[in-house]
Design a protein. Structure first.
Length: 129
């Protein structure tokens, strides 16, 4: 995908992703969801500006998927979250905190809510402001 910089030049970008991160956490609005953790699955696609040609082979030169994983871990252990939309929004904010991030897509699913479904959830897309 090509994007334009401030002067209208084409820049390259790439997508970092985290797929099928599964964890147990307290999330939901119903009384039983405050007492019993439930399984969620999280997926993130983060479009970032590619480093310039000849960049140093150094982790600091790129946006790291480790930061996404750490953000998920922190959010899931920071207390009860009422809405999946809140969880997705907070994760999107964390991903877009790096100015090299262009846009993010966050998918959050509850895995064990209804026996007749594989999962229910939401997907959020947010662009850098």
């Amino acid at each position: 995908m090509a994007v334009r910089d401030d002067e209208g030049r084409r820049e390259s970008s790439y997508t970092l992703f985290v797929r099928n991160y599964v964890a147990t956490t307290l999330v939901g609005v119903h009384p039983h969801e405050f007492e019993s953790p439930q399984r969620v699955r999280i997926g993130v696609a983060l479009q970032v500006a590619a480093p310039p040609p000849g960049f140093a082979d150094d982790l600091n030169a790129v946006v790291s998927y480790e930061r996404i994983i750490e953000s998920i871990r922190v959010l899931l252990t920071n207390g009860h979250i009422m809405l999946l939309e809140t969880l997705a929004s907070r994760l999107a904010d964390a991903c877009l905190a790096d100015p090299r991030s262009l846009w993010v897509q966050v998918r959050v699913e509850k895995l064990d809510v209804f026996p007749e479904t594989e999962e229910v959830g939401i997907e959020l897309v947010r662009r850098q402001r």
